[in-house]
Write a protein that binds this ligand. Structure first.
Ligand code: AMP
Length: 113
């Protein structure tokens, strides 16, 4: 069964797409936790970062590189931003398809709580 994000990748569910290439897709989060909140996902369906395989390492690097690039494209380059990866139940992961949250547009407290 396809995950929610696989359905977004396949255009079966609408999303506000902000970046796409052959390997990754970035779109606005439906329930933003900051003035700017997007998600970037690999098109390859890795459930979560802890389940990435050795072969996935180049893709993980690419995902992070593109996350920073998308943050810049969304206007977060000057004031800063946060990238978050939730992993598993205690990590707050709700969609079992690896995704990096891109958050910014306000000061983000640390620790997040
Ligand atoms: P996580 O809790 O780390 O698994 O993050 C999942 C994120 O997906 C949450 O921030 C949700 O608001 C977001 N989300 C859920 N459904 C959609 C959707 N249809 N389009 C965009 N973002 C979504």
């Amino acid at each position: 069964m396809k995950t929610l994000f696989e359905k977004i990748i396949a255009r079966e569910i609408p999303a506000q797409i902000v970046y796409e290439d052959d390997l990754v897709l970035a779109f606005r989060d439906i329930n933003p936790q900051a003035p700017t909140h997007a998600l970037i996902v690999p098109k390859r369906p890795i459930p979560r970062v802890a389940e990435a395989k050795a072969d996935d390492q180049p893709l993980l690097g690419y995902l992070l590189f593109k996350a920073a690039e998308v943050a810049g494209k969304l206007g977060l380059g000057k004031d800063g931003f946060r990238l978050v990866i939730n992993n598993g139940a205690d990590g707050g992961e709700t969609v079992p398809h690896l995704h990096v949250h891109i958050l910014g547009g306000r000061y983000l407290k640390w620790p997040p709580g």
